[in-house]
Design a binder for this molecule. Structure first.
Ligand SMILES: [Zn+2]
Length: 101
């Protein structure tokens, strides 16, 4: 059984780390915060919220700032401006979670 209190603390920390990543002074710092956040969620076996998961590149941990995106056959195709990694997200999923792109 999972400790509910511990889950709450972890979620708070994930939230804080994500905010720090968004306000970080440079890309290295924000990447660092995202790596810490990912490790924390893995360690605690918690899935990151959908809006957080979609807002950074999984490959280089770069927060999308000016992503290159196109819509094709019900998918949103996002290309990372840093490493060029391509990601496909179904459109209906996008609307459900009300992402801020
Ligand atoms: Zn990338």
């Amino acid at each position: 059984m999972k400790d509910q209190n511990l889950i709450k603390i972890t979620n708070d920390r994930i939230d804080k780390l994500f905010r720090e990543a968004q306000n970080a002074i440079n890309i290295e710092f924000s990447r660092r915060y995202i790596i810490i956040m990912e490790n924390l969620s893995k360690k605690m076996n918690i899935t990151l919220p959908a809006n957080i998961k979609k807002s950074y590149c999984k490959k280089c941990k770069n927060l999308y700032k000016r992503p290159n995106f196109r819509i094709k056959k019900g998918l949103i195709i996002i290309k990372c401006e840093n490493c060029g990694n391509i990601r496909r997200i179904p459109i209906n999923q996008q609307f459900q979670s009300q992402n801020k792109f």
